[in-house]
Design a protein around this ligand. Structure first.
Ligand SMILES: NC(=O)c1ccc[n+]([C@@H]2O[C@H](COP(=O)([O-])OP(=O)(O)OC[C@H]3O[C@@H](n4cnc5c(N)ncnc54)[C@H](OP(=O)(O)O)[C@@H]3O)[C@@H](O)[C@H]2O)c1
Length: 208
């Protein structure tokens, strides 16, 4: 069981929050609009709470579920409130028509978040390749993740498994660039024949 705080109260916050509660975790919803955060916590039910914007989140794992342009400003604003926390960055830094990345090609928004966070914060990229409605369906999909700290990734893996999903460790935080690119691949596949009811996953080869 994990204690989760979710910063943001949009569609991905709703999907992860619902799965988290179903999986036996605690959920705190934090939004810059307190009314929206409260409405989401009430809709989620099952003991979901709200936290004050800017105060240190109560969760050990903090899901950063804001639009990508807000990710670094929000982490900077929280500052030491995120010390010793695991921050899970789920954002996709798409350009306006989602045909390219809006961050430089030698980095990722996850790396920029890590650079803005306190030194004791462990940033893990995860969930960004999953459409919110696919997550909400509860299908046992693969969840790619990347991060530098093994213990933080073990905690996030356990959280992902509690949702009934499959954690797939792609490596250190430098891989976040490729996870963000993978979401572009998914957008291309969705727009060019497959539709949006898809997820990227791994086929495990048979060893026999
Ligand atoms: N939806 C998906 O299928 C999906 C899939 C994978 C990843 N993602 C990523 O998840 C993130 C959220 O997506 P979403 O679909 O949940 O978006 P959404 O429904 O539009 O919700 C966005 C949330 O972020 C908050 N927010 C935006 N800018 C902010 C800022 N500067 N400071 C503080 N809060 C801010 C919004 O607050 P207000 O309500 O006050 O504006 C809202 O609570 C995005 O980065 C997106 O790339 C989404």
């Amino acid at each position: 069981m994990s204690n989760i705080s979710i910063i943001g109260s949009g569609s991905i916050a709703r999907a992860i929050g619902a799965l988290a509660l179903k999986g036996g975790n605690t959920v705190e919803v934090i939004g810059r609009d307190a009314d929206k955060a409260g409405a989401l916590a009430r809709a989620l039910g099952n003991g979901a709470t709200t936290g004050a914007w800017g105060a240190a989140p109560s969760g050990d794992i903090v899901i950063l579920a804001v639009l990508f342009a807000g990710a670094v400003p929000v982490v900077s604003e929280y500052g030491e409130g995120l010390a010793d926390k695991i921050v899970v960055d789920i954002t996709n830094p798409f350009n306006a028509d989602a045909t390219g990345l809006a961050v430089p090609h030698d980095t990722s928004v996850a790396q920029m978040v890590a650079d803005a966070a306190p030194a004791s914060t462990h940033v893990v990229k995860a969930f960004n390749t999953l459409f919110s409605h696919v997550l909400a369906s509860g299908d046992p999909v693969d969840v790619f993740m990347a991060g530098d700290d093994r213990r933080a990734k073990a905690s996030v893996s356990a959280f992902i498994a509690s949702l009934g999903l499959r954690p797939r460790d792609a490596g250190d935080l430098s891989m976040a660039h490729w996870l963000e690119s993978a979401s572009l691949l998914e957008m291309g596949l969705a727009r060019n024949g497959l539709g949006f009811n898809i997820s990227l996953g791994v086929n495990l080869g048979r060893t026999e």
